[in-house]
Every structure is written in C-alpha cells, then in structure tokens.
Design a protein around this ligand. Structure first.
Ligand SMILES: Nc1nc2c(ncn2[C@@H]2O[C@H](COP(=O)(O)OP(=O)(O)OP(=O)(O)O)[C@@H](O)[C@H]2O)c(=O)[nH]1
Length: 519
C-alpha cells in the first residue's frame, strides 16, 4: 500500500529541494569557473611560450645569418689583411644593425683573435682557445651553428650567449671559429614585457640543460644546470610534437606550483618555458567563489528560515483542520447517538413509541399506495403486575428485556418490519406486506418460544412467564381508513386473548371493523 504524505511533508521537501538546488547550482558553477580559469591560464602561458620561442629563434637566426656570411667570405676570399679589413667593416655594420649582438669575432685555429667588430686601434686581444665553443668546433667537422653555454664576455663583461660556426681551411681542416655574442639582457628586456603575474616565471633553456636566462632575473642562476629539475626531465622525456605542451610542477627554484607551457625553438637546440602560478591564477576565482558562496549560503539560510516558518504555518493549519474534523466527527457521532436514543427505548433497545408512530404512518401510506396488506401484532406479558409484586420491579425489567430480545430475534428482518415497545409491558410488531396468516405464524412462534423459556412466575396460573398477542391486518383504502384503526383492532384481539385465558394468540377478523374477533 502506498503511503500518503502530508502537505507539510511536501512543503518541507520543496523548501529543502530549493535550498539544495541553489547550493548544487552554485557548486557546479564554481567548478566550471575554476576549470575555465585553468584553461584560460593554459592558453595564456602557451601564447607567451609561442611568442618567446619565435623571438629567440628570430634573434639567434639574425646573428647566425651574419656569421654564415662571414664564414663564407673568409673561406672563399682568404684572410689577407685587405680582406680582413672588409670583413671588419662588414662586422661593424652588422653589430650596428642588430641590437642583440654584443660583437662578432673571428679566431684562427690557435684561438687568437684575427678580426672582430670592435675598433681596431689600441685594442686588446684575447686568446679564446679555452672556450667551450672553440673546443667544440676544433673537434667537430659539422658546419652548422653551435649555441654554447652563456659566459661572461671577456671583452664586455656582460652575460652573453655565444653562437658560433666553424671555419675550414681549403683542405677541410680546422681553420678557426667565427663567433657572434648575443646580449642576454636583450632577451631579458623582451621577457619583461610579458604580464605573467607576480609569481609567474619564464626561461630560455638549452637542450643540454643549461639555463640561459630566467625571468624574474637572477644573474647567479645564468648558466646553471637544470638537468635534475622536473621541468627539464619532463621536456626531454618528450619528443617531436609532444615537446609543445604543458605540465604542472612545483618549481625546483622556489617550490611554487606552476603550470609550465614549453616549446622548442624551430632552428636551434633550445626551448622556452612560460610558467604561471596556479595559486595566483586561482586567487580571483577563489575570492569570487567565496563571495558568491557567502551570498548563496545566506540566501539558502533565508529561504530555509522562511520556508520553516511557512511549513510551521501549514502544519498549524493542518492540525487545526484535523482537530476540526475530529470535533465534527465527534459531533456527528453524538448526534447519531442522540437520534438513535430519541427513537429507541432505553430498557429494551427496541424502537420507542415515537419511532413506532412515525413508521406506522409511513407504512400505512405505502400500503395504501401499493394496495398491499399491513399487519400488526400487539404482545402483552401476562400477569406482569403480579410478577413485579412477587419478584420486584427490577426483576420485571429483566423479564421485559429477555422477552424483547427473543421477540426481536424471531421477528422477520425485511425492510419496513419494526419491533417497538408500544408502552408499559406491551410490544408491537409492524409487518408491511404481510397477510393475517403470516402475522399469525410470527405471533404464535414468539408465544411458543417464550413459553418454552419457562421463566418461573408464581403469580401466573401457568407458573411461568407467558404472553398474549392480538393480530390484525388491513389493506388500507384512501378516505376509508386511518392508521390507529389497525392498532385498535390488534388491541381488541389482544383483549380477547386475555379474556380467553391468556398465553394465546387471537386474530382480528380480516379487514373487519374493530372489535370483530376470530378466535
Ligand atoms: N418492571 C416493570 N414493570 C412495568 C413496566 N411498565 C409497566 N409495568 C408494569 O406492568 C404492569 C401492568 O399491569 P396490568 O396492566 O394490570 O396487567 P397485568 O398485570 O400484566 O395483567 P394482564 O395484562 O391482565 O395479564 C403494571 O404493574 C406496570 O407497573 C416496566 O417498564 N417495568
């Protein structure tokens, strides 16, 4: 069986569901906003990395192009003083044109400067045979560019990035090195133009693991090895297109958790990384989420409060309705009892005289309309006065109850049949649609049953309680008969039964005028 829930229950469920959905929608929105913020962060860092890689590639390429040109001239035109003079002017023009260039240098196979972009007069010279790039080219025959680890320039004292190419002698043996030194500061100025937040960082790193530059700048960190950092291991562990990507790491430098977007340079063995702090990027989201959550919680609390009051009101109304319903039911039940009592005899439980009179009137009219016969039996306990005198009034009451119970049990139960206490110790039975024989049979059955009870009655000539009955029937005709005629006829028949010795049933003559008795 399905349980029916009250309106209070549904109101509580409704208020709860509204509050809950408010919170759920807000949580869902916050989660979405967070992932949107992280996506935005990834887009931003990846764009910065792309710009950095492009700039680094272009910057190195411009210097490298100048180098390739110098190498080509020296190899084809030789190193005669006149030729070197032309190369010198060309170098000066290149350095003037390219702001990233600190200088251009050419060393012979011993590492001695033979020409450079600086003024020739009074110039000091250095031997750079100990530099990494010089050792590299003397040992490798490849003609491509070589990007070395950053060093502090012997000539300018600045941090520089060496880009070099090998010069071959006509026989293909090592003939020296052409070197371009790039100003690390040139990259730094470019990196400063990015808005990467207060806790973001960008870096240019060689594929060998050497840090070229990191912004925020720290001169002591230029040239350090990054091989053991998670960032470097992640990048080097990838290959091909996968080297363009992002990953989250706690920085080996300051422990900050950052989203790192990395990207290789197209033409040189270097890569860039742009890292944005997750905490910093989520700061605004956190602030917004906090403010909104406070608002939502307040709203939910308000709704909960007013909802609770509303539910309380509904509950009160429901209780009042229930009380009212109960009171109405109680009233109806009292009314019914009163009604029943008004129509019932208190001692015997039979219909009382009032109900009898009403029913007699109704059934008399019905019999008249339908032209049917209405029978009436009038029963009277014999020698009842004596019984009261001998056994007491309350014992007399008991006899009346017992006789009534038996009469009721033996009276037919058709609609319209009625057993009523007519008055005193007289009981009347109204039997609609019953002829004289049928009524006689009922009366006789009752008389015999009471006789068989053998209730002692020393005041009776029979020695036990008995009844006498008068039976009458009538087929009432409009304008001819009135209801009391039937009662009078039965009463006369009863009188006849008494006169004939009691404990018997007498019939009134059928449809006879009152007083005609058939024994
Ligand atoms: N115990 C008791 N007695 C009642 C009740 N109603 C009427 N009576 C008594 O019934 C008796 C009726 O007496 P009578 O009318 O003289 O008739 P009877 O003594 O039965 O004699 P017959 O009818 O001639 O046999 C009276 O004494 C009434 O007081 C009642 O409710 N309880």
């Amino acid at each position: 069986m399905t349980k029916r829930y009250s309106i209070t229950f549904w109101a509580t469920v409704f208020v709860g569901a509204v509050c809950l959905s408010l919170i759920v929608v807000d949580v869902w929105r916050s989660i979405n906003a967070r992932s949107g913020q992280l996506q935005e962060m990834e887009r931003l860092s990846s764009n910065v990395a792309r710009a950095m890689a492009q700039q680094a590639d272009d910057t190195i390429k411009a210097a490298d192009t100048a180098l390739a040109d110098i190498v080509e001239r020296l190899e084809t035109e030789g190193k005669a003083p006149l030729r070197l003079d032309r190369v010198h002017r060309q170098m000066q023009a290149q350095v003037a044109n390219l702001p990233q260039l600190v200088g251009l240098f050419v060393y012979d196979e011993q590492g001695r400067w033979i020409v450079n972009s600086r003024e020739v007069s009074g110039e000091q010279t250095f031997n750079n045979a100990d530099r990494e790039y010089f050792i590299y080219h003397s040992a490798h025959a490849e003609r491509g560019p070589h990007v070395g680890d950053p060093v502090i320039s012997r000539s300018s004292g600045k941090w520089i990035m060496p880009v070099s190419r090998r010069i071959d002698k006509p026989d293909g043996s090592f003939g020296g090195v052409a070197l371009a030194t790039l100003d690390i500061d040139y990259f730094r100025r470019f990196y400063q133009s990015f808005d990467i937040g207060r806790r973001g960082a960008v870096a240019l790193i060689a594929n060998s693991g050497t840090l070229m530059l990191r912004q925020p700048y720290d001169g002591n960190r230029v040239g350090m090895r990054m091989n053991d950092t998670p960032l470097f291991r992640e990048y080097i562990g990838r290959s091909g297109d996968a080297r363009v990507g992002s990953a989250n790491f706690a920085s080996s430098n300051d422990g900050e958790m950052r989203l790192n977007s990395f990207r290789p340079l197209e033409h040189y063995p270097l890569f860039v990384t742009a890292a944005l702090s997750r905490e910093e990027m989520l700061e605004r989201w956190r602030r917004d989420t906090f403010m909104r959550s406070v608002g939502v919680v307040l709203l939910a609390a308000l709704m909960g409060y007013f909802g609770k009051r509303l539910v309380g009101q509904i509950k009160l109304r429901e209780q009042a309705e229930t009380e009212l319903r109960k009171a109405r039911d109680a009233l109806e039940s009292v009314n019914r009892t009163l009604e029943r009592q008004a129509m019932q005899d208190g001692l015997t439980g039979l219909a009382n005289r009032r109900q009898f009179d009403v029913t007699l009137g109704n059934e008399f009219s019905r019999a008249m309309r339908h032209e049917t016969t209405l029978a009436f039996i009038m029963i009277d306990v014999d020698y009842f006065k004596q019984y009261n005198d001998v056994y007491g009034h309350s014992a007399g009451d008991e006899v009346l109850r017992a006789v009534s119970k038996l009469i009721r049990a033996l009276t037919p139960k058709r609609p319209g049949d009625l057993t009523a206490r007519y008055g005193g110790e007289e009981i009347g039975i109204l039997l609609p649609n019953t002829d004289i024989d049928g009524a006689h049979a009922v009366a006789e059955r009752i008389r015999r049953a009471i006789e068989e009870l053998r209730m002692p009655h020393s005041g009776s000539s029979y020695g036990f309680v008995s009844i006498s009955a008068g039976v009458a029937t009538i087929a009432p005709k409009r304008g001819m008969h009135l209801a009391p005629v039937l009662v009078e006829a039965a009463d006369k028949a009863l009188y006849a039964a008494k006169s004939a010795g009691r404990n018997r049933v007498c019939l009134a003559a059928q449809d006879a005028p009152a007083g005609t008795i058939v024994g």
